[in-house]
Ligand binder design. Structure first.
Ligand code: GLA
Length: 408
């Protein structure tokens, strides 16, 4: 069975109701930001390469009201047993350990945003009056731990809400690119995950009906029309509901391995390496990691090229997804038995192609399926999970949706 995301009206209503119940009175407004799924280009954003995410219909909703005393109080419907968490003075990267768990994302954004107000470089300044303290209520339908960027959705919804309340125009493209930097810095320096900029870029810069081609080499973000219906296809997300612990390990280990490969190759980023030099790398593990980055960049280019065809062929796109999965499994070593099971079962059930998405070590698979086949393929994947003794996966449709915005 596939589950549609909550409607924007319902998401905003729930955040608003939580706010009134916990803080009393009315919020100044409700803002939201989407989760994302990456079509192709995995583990390339932290290697100077290409990726191609879409924003999801699954969004995080933030109801917010300014506070004069500068404190930040947060409550989340996803953590009903935690009372409101309070931050009374800004957190800095140096004392980031003082905030932990889900509030760290919000406190990190609130603190770093404030620092950008007085930025010495005018290009990095966030226009508007002071970013105030705030009462913040959160509700989200972005699946957590699924590799669908629930954390970036949270960071970006809070950043837009605070910037808007401070008087900034959150429709301004320049402000949005500053917010990408602020939210990524919160994730890197406060939460402690050394991620690339893909997730925050997707949440803030994506466009409905489009994928977003991101080039980490020069920071460009280019919308690419993406219409699955026109090619007789649709996207199916299969959440294996197996945990991935980004902070704890695998992601940072892969980053360290990529850095070692860069040193061995004498390049600044792996995307700048020559194929022939990579083939000649003595260490087989570093060779495999570098090979993944180069072949994955080539697959992103081929995917975008296919999307430029008058009617893109889902078979060709699917073959690129399959090749991406094989490379992430064999060369980058971030897949799991559950992810392999979901991708294999999707293909056997008639998907054009399927691959694991996000950082890996658990999470979700994205399948490109015939438009009339999503429900049947979801059932067949569930059957395969049961046969393998695994808990049922959760399946969702994915449509290229709108970026962070004001809801009311
Ligand atoms: C996580 C990170 C992203 C990206 C992906 C892997 O989602 O947050 O920056 O590196 O993993 O492609």
């Amino acid at each position: 069975m596939t589950t549609e995301p909550r409607s924007a009206a319902e998401g905003a209503r729930r955040a608003d109701a939580l706010f009134r119940r916990v803080f009393g009175g009315t919020p100044r407004g409700v803002w939201s930001a989407p989760g994302r799924v990456n079509l192709i280009g995995e583990h390339t954003d932290h290697n100077g390469g290409l990726c191609l995410p879409i924003a999801l219909g699954h969004r995080t909703y933030v109801a917010l009201r300014a506070r004069a005393d500068g404190a930040v109080r947060v409550v989340s419907a996803q953590h009903p047993h935690d009372g409101p968490a309070t931050l009374s003075s800004p957190v800095t990267p140096g004392r980031a350990a003082a905030v932990t768990g889900w509030p760290a994302y919000i406190f990190g954004v609130a603190s770093l945003l404030r620092a950008h107000l007085g930025a010495a470089d005018p290009a990095a300044a966030v226009p508007g009056a002071a970013v105030p303290g705030a009462d913040i209520a959160i509700d989200s339908c972005v699946p957590q731990g699924a590799g669908l960027s629930s954390s970036a959705a949270l960071e970006c919804a809070v950043a837009c809400a605070l910037a808007a309340v401070a008087g900034a125009d959150i429709g301004d493209p320049h402000l949005r690119s500053v917010l990408v930097d602020v939210t990524r810095a919160a994730e890197n320096d406060v939460v402690g995950v050394p991620s690339g900029a893909m997730d925050q870029s997707a949440a803030l810069l994506a466009a409905a009906g489009h994928a977003l081609l991101l080039d980490a080499a020069d920071g460009t973000a280019t919308p690419v029309p993406f219409d699955t219906a026109a090619m007789g296809a649709s996207l199916l997300i299969v959440d294996t509901r197996t945990a991935h612990a980004l902070v704890e390990g695998g992601y940072a280990t892969r980053r360290a391995e990529c850095a070692a490969a860069e040193r061995a190759l004498g390049v600044r980023t792996l995307s700048g390496a020559d194929d022939a030099d990579v083939v000649g790398l003595a260490d087989p593990l570093l060779r495999a990691r570098a090979r993944h980055v180069l072949t994955e960049n080539a697959r992103v280019r081929a995917f975008v090229e296919e999307l430029a065809a008058p009617v893109p062929a889902p078979q060709r796109l699917g073959a690129l997804l399959d090749a991406s999965h094989a490379s992430l499994r064999d060369d980058f070593a971030v897949s799991t038995d559950e992810l392999d099971c979901a991708a294999d079962a999707a293909r056997e059930a008639g998907a054009f192609g399927a691959r694991m998405v996000g950082a890996g070590f658990g999470g979700a698979v994205l399948a490109l399926v015939p438009a009339d086949g999503a429900a049947r393929i979801a059932e067949r994947i569930t059957d395969a999970f049961r046969a393998a003794g695994l808990p049922d996966p959760a399946c969702y449709p994915a449509h290229p949706s709108a970026p962070a915005r004001s809801e009311r």
